[in-house]
Write a new protein. Sequence first.
Length: 525
Amino acid sequence: MEPALFNSLIDISESPAARRGQADLMLERARWAATVFDRYDRDTTMRIVDAVAEAAHAHAAEFAEKVVAESGFGVAEHKKIKNELTAKPLVEFYRDQDYVNPRVDEARKIIEIPRPAGVVFALTPSTNPIATINYKVLLCLMTRNAIVMSPHPAVRETSIEAVTMLARAAEEAGAPAGIIQVLEKPSIPLVDTFMESEKTNVILATGGTPMVRAAYSSGNPAVGVGPGNAPVFVDASADIAKAAQRVVASKSFDNSVLCTNESVLITLSEVENQLKMALKSAGAYICSEEDTEVLRRFLFHPRGFNIEAIGRDAAWIAQECGIRVPANTKILVAPITLIGVEEPLSREKLCPVLSMHVAKTRAQALSQARAVLRLAGAGHSAAIHTRDEASVMEYASMVEVYRVVVNAPCSQGAAGFATNLAPTFTIGTGFFGRSSIGENVGPQHLVHWTRVAYNSEADEPFGNYHGIGRGFRGALPSAPADGVPGVTRSAPSTPQPSAASSMDNITKDELRRLIAAELRDLLRK
C-alpha cells in the first residue's frame, strides 16, 4: 500500500474523538483562565478592557480593508466605522456599570455578588466579523469571562488575525493566558462539539438561522438572534427630505449587511411622489415594473436569497440585472403592490435594494408593516419617520418588535449607534422572535448575581458591609496546556494587578487547596 494512501486511511484528526479532544483542551484552558480572572479587581479588569479597546480602535481600518478583500463584499470605509464603534465607544457606554464588586442594598437588606458565566463560546458572521469580534471580546472582558471565538469560514484568516491581536493586547495588559482563544479551522461538526460541551457555560450566537437554532438546541444556555426584516414607515407628517436622506444613508451603509437595515419602505399615496423625488435626490434609483421583475428573479430563487448579492453595491446589482443606473446610485428602490409570501421582495435583503409599498390609509400602512414582520423579522426592529407623537405610539404598539427607531437611520439606530439604545452587534428578538432576550445584548447578560438576603423583619439588624470586599487576590501562575494546537496566545505576559491583589498575599496552603480543588473537578469529569 502506498504510504500516502495508508496515512490517509489512519488520519483521525477529523474524528469525533479528535474533535472532543480539541474542544476539551481549549475549553479547559479557558475555564482555568476564567477562574483566575475572577480574582481580579475592577481597576485591573478595566485596565485590560481599555488596552483591548485601544488595540481594536488602532487596527479598525486595517481589518476593515482585509475583511472586504477576503470576503469580496461590503464597504471598507463603513466597516472601519463599525470596528471603531465597537471599541472605545462601547466601553464608554458601560464604564459606569460595575460587574466586579458586590452591590449592597441596605433598604432591602440584600447583598448582590457578581458571578461571571465562565466560558463563553461565540460565533461570528461573515457580514460584520471584526465589529462582532470586538464587541463580544469586550463584553466578556468587562464581566471577567473567558471567550472562545469561532470565525465564519468566509472571513477566517482576517478573523483569526484580529482575535490573535486582541488576545495579545489583553495578556500584555495583565489578563490570564487563554482568556481569548480562536478556532483556527472551524467546521460545523467541530462547532457543534464546542456548543454541546459541558465545559461551555454560554453560547453567544450571531449568524444564520440554522446556526442560531443549533445553539439553542445544544443543551447549553444560549443568547441568539433572529433574522431582520425591518419595515420603515414614512408618515405624511414626516420631513420628507430628511426621511429620504436617512433611509438612503442607512440602506447603503456597508451595502446593507447589517440585519437592522430597512427592508420595506411603507408610505402613503398622498406623499408618494414627493418621497420618490426626495429618494432620487438622496441617491436612490426608482425601478420600473420591468426593473423590479428582473430584480425579483435575480435576488430570489426557489431555495431562497441569492447569496452572491449579499453586501454588493447597487451599481453591481444593477449591472448584473441589466438595469442602467446613474453612476452615483446608492440604493435601488423596487415598488411592490403586495406584502407576503407571494412577494419575495418583501423578505429580508442584505443588499442595497429597498422595496417600497404605498398604502391608501395610515391604518393600512400599519397593517402592512405588521405583515412584513410576520413574514420574517419578528421581534427585531422597525423604523418610523414622522412629526406626530400619536403616530409613533400607534406604530410602536402595532409592530411586533422590541426596538422602534424614530427619525433616524434604522441600520445604525437599532444597533445603538444613531440613538441612545445600548450599542450592540447581537439583537435580542425576545418572545416575538423566539429568543430568550428582547433587548440589545450587553455585558449584563454574561453575569448573574448571587443574592444574600437578610431576614426582612424590622427587629433583625442588617450587617455593616461597608469596606468589606471580595478580597481580590490577583493572578495565578500561567495556565496549563500551553502549546495546545489551535490555541491562540501571545508571549507570556507579566500581569500587573493592584497592590491588594498581589501573589504575595497567597499562602502555600491556599495554593495547595486551589490545586487540589482543580484536580478533584478534573477527576469527576
